[in-house]
Ligand binder design. Sequence first.
Ligand code: SF4
Length: 304
Amino acid sequence: MHIFLANPRGFCAGVNMAIKTLETAIIRFGLPLYVYHEIVHNTWIVDDFKLRGVKFVSMLDEVPEGSRLMFSAHGVAPNIRERAKQKNIETIDATCPLVARVHREVLRYAADDYTIILIGHSGHDEVIGTMNEAPESIILVEHESDIHALKFAQDEKLVVLTQTTLSVTETKSMIELLQKKFPNIIGKSNANICYATQHRQDAIATLAALVDVVLIVGSENSSNSKRLAERGEALGVRSILIDGVDNIDVGWFNGSERVLISAGASAPEYVVQDCVRMLQKIFNATVEERQTCSDSLSFQLPID
Ligand code: SF4
């Protein structure tokens, strides 16, 4: 077996910043420490912080008055910030700056009387936070069929924005459909898809042709990890999302000599290396790193 390791893979700048912020907060403030939703969508990271005493909550009611709460990388709705303030809760904001930028765009366009068409997944933490910035001005679309159902007056001011972690190809085609149906709509061709999502999907697009099987390390609720596996499948290569080494079934590789491994933006590198070691042990695999672009962004922590 020969393993190609996609590069870039794994942690993005926003995930790095959020994890380091939580680690810094544990040292600086100690426990109890609450986090609103999963700090990032990865079971290994969340379970590790739980073991260290961090409490993850899905409702502010679970956070006592006057305690300390961190907002996760996916961002949070403004009413949650407001309620936290009312409960005298000290907050630390680990929202990825690229998600925060979408929130600001929503506010700017809503103030300018635009109707915002947001492409994203209903119920995703990021989408909930973004939509709540201006719920009366935003319409969520998930599929092309949602676009077919849209109707606006001819002079309606329209803009398209997106969740940051979508499929690059699907989003492009949805935006093209919007532009065809509403020629006056404004917004970029890939809207708000972030650099990390784009780079990881581009790497799969470049490297999948070299292999028989693609393994994507990432959790089931990680949007960008799922999109990587879908990209491999769309290219006709069997692509499997795994949370960790225990999910690997050696039967997948019968007759498969070349395997591509990548990881979603919230998946830790040690999980990738566990998978590589397992395949080396069982199949005597050789390993080759393949870099398709540079991915060296970093964000400042919101606390010292
Ligand atoms: S995937 Fe993109 S938007 Fe999400 S945390 Fe990483 S850099 Fe930020």
